[in-house]
Design a protein around this ligand. Structure first.
Ligand SMILES: Nc1ncnc2c1ncn2[C@@H]1O[C@H](COP(=O)(O)OP(=O)(O)O)[C@@H](O)[C@H]1O
Ligand SMILES: [Mg+2]
Length: 313
């Protein structure tokens, strides 16, 4: 594991956020449908605010079912929000027409958790990586496409000679590299990485995290990195947001949140991490927080407890 680079650790604070999310919500079910009983209302995402600055990685962390993937899909407009705003490069995405959204979509991509199900098992991986060019009518000449795909393979650490193979011939880590190559094809500025290493062997996880970090440095990428625990987030992210039952309970610069976590849920997540120092590791106490105990007051809001460090209170 390489240390986080200073280059990516110092985003230009004078800059506008690349992505600003305000009061974002997504509720599922709730209304009665024809001939069906009303389904319980699920507030999957319930008033989320996020800012991600150019060149920065925001780690979005929380237990399974807390709404992280839904935030990712809403941010990319793969789904419409119940309320709230997503502003990307200064433009409110919900105000854009489909044709206005199309070029914006090229600059925002996603990498999913399960690298195999994201792939098409019957498609040669080179064609899979080239598909975005065809979908967007770019690089019409096959030889141009081929040489671009070769470069993409090299960029993610794959042998370009493997382009003609099928997904089942690759390991889990290699499959995730293929997905990353495809996500890079249209030269995005922003990537949602939705638990990109969760399904991989522990021995491979660090390689993929390092690849994401190297690509960020080379290409100036901005990431929303979704994870269910903090283990990789502390290496990769300059900023973290902790999510619980559709809400952000704590967010701030990584050093501030990891150094002095305020919310009991953040404290519990952090206390689950091993400490590299054996003396302190022996003294480490697990803090337990039952998410069912999370009952925010109706007027609960994020309050600043340290510079840019906010806690739901
Ligand atoms: N399409 C959907 N229809 C109904 N409920 C959904 C849908 N997608 C997600 N949910 C619910 O929303 C909540 C948040 O899900 P999700 O965003 O996938 O969480 P996470 O990624 O943190 O595990 C869960 O309770 C999930 O069951
Ligand atoms: Mg998820």
């Amino acid at each position: 594991m390489t240390a986080p680079s200073a280059a990516t650790g110092t985003p230009d604070r004078g800059a506008q956020p690349l992505l600003a999310v305000r009061d974002l919500a997504k509720h599922y079910g709730g209304e009665a449908r024809f001939l069906r009983a009303p389904q319980a209302l699920v507030r999957a995402v319930d008033g989320v605010d996020l800012d991600i600055y150019p060149g920065e990685t925001l780690g979005l962390v929380g237990e399974s079912g807390s709404g992280k993937s839904t935030v990712g899909r809403l941010v990319l407009r793969l789904e419409a929000a119940t309320r709230g705003q997503v502003v990307f490069e200064g433009r409110n995405l919900s105000a854009l027409t489909r044709s206005e959204l199309r070029p914006v979509r090229q600059r925002m991509q996603i990498v999913f958790q399960d690298p195999y199900s994201a792939l098409n098992p019957r498609m040669r991986v080179g064609d899979f990586v080239a598909e975005p060019f065809i979908v967007h009518g770019l690089l019409p000449r096959a030889d141009e496409r081929q040489s671009r795909v070769e470069k993409l393979f090299q960029q993610v650490g794959l042998d370009p000679a493997s382009m003609r193979r099928f997904p089942h011939e690759f390991s889990g880590g290699q499959r995730q590299r293929i997905n990353i190559a495809r996500a890079l094809a249209l030269q995005p500025r922003f990537i949602v990485a939705d638990e990109p290493i969760t399904a991989l062997d522990v021995s491979i996880q660090a390689q993929i995290v390092n690849l994401l970090q190297d690509l960020q440095e080379q290409l100036g990428l901005t990431y929303l990195f979704i994870a269910h625990d903090l283990s990789m987030v502390r290496y990769l992210c300059q900023h973290v947001a902790v999510m619980l039952r559709g809400r952000i309970v704590e967010t701030g610069p990584a050093e501030s949140v990891f150094g002095a976590p305020r919310h009991p849920y953040t404290q519990a997540l952090l206390s689950a991490l091993p400490i590299p120092d054996p003396v302190r590791e022996r003294l480490r106490q697990r803090i337990v927080f039952d998410p069912r105990d999370f009952q925010p007051a109706p007027d609960a809001a994020l309050r600043e407890v340290a510079p840019r460090h906010f806690v739901l209170d």
